[in-house]
Design a protein around this ligand. Structure first.
Ligand code: UN1
Length: 512
């Protein structure tokens, strides 16, 4: 079927019904949901009022007072069931991600797989919230560290990973003893509503198994910026985990800090890769193609800057340009499509202004033009753009959330490394090389300054086992694997005296 004849609203309604969402709740609301695939309106959902949002946050705090008392491995059982429900719903939810965001099928499914993976991780974690036993200088004393539930966790997520980001936060927050309140992107409420329905299903099973859980353990707030602000400012939201632009983080971070709340900020990336003289060029070509063009360049981790050693520039860049020219762009639901649409007109306009700025700065642009516009006036498909730049300047040092890859030539590895680090963002990075010195230098103290530094794979497509996040304007937060869970708990240091005397630390005397 051609894109022009595609009508997605009926399929969306069928899918939502499968999740148990009442068809009536998808019509007549104030928030119109648009599919980037065709530009058509696929639903109109209602938004929560400011008063109800505040009430929901207070109810979530009441839920916290109960949920923190449930032993962590039991909390893990709920997340185990959530993982099972997600497995059962994978095809439908993955499809809905594709319909609402425009991701190609395998990436829509991949996003749900990422949710399943973090559930598995969190289940294991629920028996491993370890604290240390610490040597004390005082006799007949013991010192230890204990980890306790923190409080309501607010989650603000972006359109591009509309459900995975919720799950990284929610799976951890819930095993750590915290209810969650989620404000998804205004562009993607349907996948959020479906995810909430899946969670409710898991919760029902958990309760049927005899598990105890408060209501309001997971709350969804559909709404705009004002709802986000209520979440950010509420004193009972102990942690705000916010994913989005650096501009959003600049607004959220200080407001949370002003009330001494905690935040995890997952903001912009301007990720680079260095291609050294010894790189395996076939592998590099594939790695670069996926991370620069995949998801139509709309990942935080998308590759945006490429530094190619002068000795391999002519062997790599023309083949890359060829791949850019031939990659299949179009209906993301169709097998073989690698590039779906940009999310909306705003994204398209920002891409075009970046390309204009690049041309003005001496860039040579291949691709970047709109395609399928004769069939669809309101959907924005573009050929990914590869821009050969004389130097790292102008739009290269900004994040444009679109498939633009700026390519630059270098002579000296240390210069390339310096350029990798010479942008305000610090999310992800990679080096393609078979030279152990370059590889090790890249991941060393003097290497990439990003939260993610890879060797012989692109900067995008991280697994959930590692801590995910970045430095500088990326915000410094870490989510997902490793010990990211610690941000969702409060640490207490406990000193216990089991003797009959009261020795003071540091030899202090205080005899009364
Ligand atoms: C994002 O782009 O917001 O590493 C998250 C990746 C994915 C997550 C990206 N696992 O590309």
């Amino acid at each position: 079927m051609t894109l022009a004849n595609l009508k997605l609203a009926p399929e969306v309604a069928t899918l939502m019904a499968k999740f148990g969402v009442d068809a009536a709740s998808l019509n007549g609301g104030s928030l119109a949901v648009r599919s980037p695939i065709t530009g058509e309106t696929i639903a109109k959902v209602s938004e929560i009022s400011n008063t109800d949002a505040t009430k929901a946050l207070e109810a979530a705090h009441q839920a916290f007072l109960e949920w923190r008392l449930v032993p962590a491995p039991k909390r893990g059982e709920l997340i185990r069931l959530l993982g099972e429900e997600l497995r059962a719903a994978k095809d439908d939810l993955g499809r809905l991600v594709s319909l609402e965001v425009g991701k190609v099928t395998s990436e829509g499914l991949g996003e749900v797989q990422e949710m399943i993976d973090i559930c598995d991780f969190a289940v294991g974690l629920s028996r491993q919230l370890y604290g240390l036993t610490i040597a004390t200088e005082r006799s007949e004393h013991r010192m230890m560290e204990t980890w306790h539930p923190l409080g309501v966790t607010g989650i603000i997520s972006a359109f591009n990973f509309p459900v995975a980001v919720w799950s990284w936060n929610a799976a951890l927050a819930i095993v750590c003893g915290n209810p969650t309140v989620w404000k998804p992107s205004e562009k993607t409420p349907l996948t959020a509503i479906a995810t909430q329905a899946i969670f409710e299903k898991a919760l029902k099973r958990y309760v049927a198994e005899g598990g105890s859980a408060p209501s309001n353990l997971s709350t969804l707030l559909i709404g705009g910026r004002d709802i986000g602000e209520i979440l950010v400012d509420h004193p009972k939201v102990a942690l705000v985990s916010a994913t989005g632009s650096t501009a959003m983080g600049r607004a959220v971070g200080p407001r949370v800090a002003a009330r001494f709340g905690r935040s995890i900020l997952e903001l912009g990336g301007n990720n680079a890769a260095i291609v050294g003289p010894t790189a395996d060029l076939d592998l590099t070509l594939r790695g670069v193609a996926f991370s620069a063009m995949g998801t139509a360049g709309q990942r935080c981790t998308s590759l945006r800057r490429l530094f190619v050693h002068e000795s391999v520039y002519d062997a790599l860049v023309p083949s890359l340009i060829k791949a850019y020219g031939s990659v299949k762009i179009g209906n993301p639901l169709e097998a073989g499509t690698l590039i779906g649409p940009l999310v909306d007109k705003g994204a398209f306009d920002r891409m075009q202004s970046a390309l204009e700025a690049a041309r003005a700065a001496g860039g040579k642009v291949a691709g970047g033009e709109r395609v399928h516009d004769s069939e669809l006036a309101d959907a924005y498909y573009v050929r990914p753009a590869l821009v050969e730049m004389p130097e790292q300047t102008g739009p290269v040092i900004e994040e444009t959330f679109a498939p633009i890859l700026y390519v630059m030539k270098y002579k000296d590895f240390d210069d390339a490394l310096a350029m990798n680090n010479a942008v305000p963002q610090g999310l992800s990075s990679s080096v393609f090389t078979n030279d152990i010195r370059e590889a090790e230098a890249f991941v060393s103290d003097r290497g990439s300054d990003c939260g993610i530094a890879n060797v012989n794979i692109g900067p995008s497509g991280a697994e959930i086992g590692g801590a995910f996040g970045g430095e500088k304007e990326t915000g410094g937060g870490r989510e997902s694997g490793s010990d990211a869970w610690k941000a969702y708990m409060r640490r207490a240091t406990n000193t216990i005296n089991f003797g009959r005397t009261l020795p003071l630390a540091q030899g202090v005397k205080f005899d009364i």
